[in-house]
Design a protein around this ligand. Structure first.
Ligand code: ADP
Ligand code: MG
Length: 260
């Protein structure tokens, strides 16, 4: 059974892209066949996995706006996952798709022939609730919301959850809300824990374990073209391995999701 997981939050800088890349690499290390999809015109996922978006002839843009099969656009990565890359063209996709019927369903249709070849497909959504994020949520079985543990982290969460609920009612009744993932977590402050408890109460949203600690290794990794999983042992990589184990056990029906 394939699981398509959208990683979404319309706030930028909350570690959506880092989570897709690092969780993807951790799942590969657990023997899973993983596809990651870059839905952000900034193409940070594509770049951080070692491909220069400016040099690509084709991307997810051609898949969503034309009739290029996704299978023809896939790239290999150093961490062993396959990548459906983005290019800056994607910035114009909303306008191209605006007048098309079924514009939210393009990604779901494009991924359908690929599903069987992967155990997990991770979708890196852009920092907006536009058509690319709607395509991601419509194609997904579940959504994970990275949340930076700082004051006002909850601003925008209500709006995101409303969008998820609308998608569940209109384009994807099967979509489940997995929960929030605490990112850039500083365990030395009680403040971070208070923020999480507040968000979790306010929106009755499960908060997944383990939290992802703040470490400089992530910035170093994204410049290197591979994820933090491929470098020396570090707390960030350990946390994403823990998250991968948590999800693998849950998806296999072996146990409940571990939450904080
Ligand atoms: P988003 O996709 O939500 O905009 P990114 O994944 O691009 O967020 O992360 C934003 C910035 O934060 C990047 O520079 C990334 O390297 C850094 N970052 C992400 N996770 C961590 C972490 N756990 N510790 C330190 N820096 C991080
Ligand atoms: Mg991003």
């Amino acid at each position: 059974m394939t699981t398509v997981l959208a990683v979404a939050n319309q706030k930028g800088g909350v570690a959506k892209t880092t989570t897709v890349a690092s969780l993807g690499a951790a799942l590969v290390a657990r023997g899973r066949r993983v596809l990651v999809v870059d839905l952000d015109p900034q193409a940070c996922l594509t770049f951080s996995l070692g491909h220069n978006p400016d040099r690509l002839d084709r991307s997810v843009y051609d898949v969503l706006t034309g009739d290029t099969p996704a299978a023809e656009v896939l790239l290999d990565t150093a961490d062993g996952m396959r990548l459906l890359p983005a290019t800056i063209d994607l910035a114009g996709a909303d306008a191209v798709l605006l007048l098309r019927p079924g514009r939210e369903f393009g990604l779901k249709r494009a991924l359908a022939p690929l599903r069987d070849a992967y155990d997990v497909i991770l979708l890196d959504c852009p920092p907006s609730l536009g058509i690319m994020t709607l395509n991601g949520l419509t194609a997904a079985d579940a959504v994970l919301v990275p949340l930076q543990c700082e004051t006002l982290a909850h601003r925008g969460v209500g709006q995101l959850l409303r969008t998820v609920s609308e998608v569940q009612q209109i384009t994807n009744p099967e979509l489940s809300l997995l929960g929030a993932l605490p990112t850039l977590f500083d365990s030395r402050t009680t403040h971070a824990r208070d923020v999480l408890a507040d968000v979790s109460d306010r929106y009755s949203l499960p908060v997944l374990a383990p939290p992802i600690p703040r470490t400089v290794r992530f910035a170093e990794a994204s410049a290197s073209g591979a994820t933090v999983l491929s470098g020396r042992t570090n707390r960030g990589a350990e946390a994403y391995r823990g998250l991968a184990d948590n999800l693998v056990g849950f998806w296999a029906g072996e146990r409940e999701l571990l939450t904080l």
